[in-house]
Write a new protein. Sequence first.
Length: 276
Amino acid sequence: MVVSLRTIRFSAALLLLLVSGGRPVAAGSADNTPQTAHDYQRARYSALHFKPAIASASNADCLACHAEVLKPSVRERSPAGVKAADAKAWYQQVSTYQGAQDTFHRRHLESDFARTTMSLQCTTCHEGHDPRDEHPLSSASARREGSFRLRKSVTPETTCLKCHGQMNTAVMGLPGPWHTSREMFQNDCLTCHAAIRTNRHQVSYLKADAIEAAGKGNGDVCYGCHGGRAWYRTTYPYPRHAWPGMADETPDWAKGRPTESEARFLTGDRAKGQSK
């Protein structure tokens, strides 16, 4: 019988995990002693990297080993010699993007705007790995559609796209993209949304009250996450939560769309209902 090297490595790592009793294992030692390959494998297969333990992991648990993601590390100049202070990327054009360019994780966790309007956790985006592999053909649980991304630890369609998709101007009946038609609405999304789709942002990773307060009179607060920083050409099918005065008939474009946010992000009474 031929046993592959991958199988041997996985078996050894699984044995280490079983020996540790499934307990999270730190990657390094307190006295900065260089870690061995044995230590690395134990840390790599820490229970915190997999379900269900990752669901209860705190930011402190993650940053104990991954603190470098919050260290400032943006180049002052690009490889071509352009100063970062003199260049403005397309995603910096919205007025709510304040300050100099910064790293990905710092923008999402440490920036003033993120702290004011969001309550993102490491586990909001990172839900853990498949213990066998993230290749579509190596695991019965890593289906070909939607549950794997080779060499990536998040699924963009269910995380990034929530805040970085295109604005669906056709569904909203706008005469054109928001940046060309916003003056018709005094650059205020609440001109219409004071009465339409009023049940919004009720999820654990957002600060609903702060968003509503900041969005009054400043459409850039809303537009920033609803098209202003679109990394994708597609739109996100937001759950269509019922609101007071909502029509009984569901429009064609909304048929099949969820009516509730993901269970892991529910708060208050909604979360209690899901846990029963």
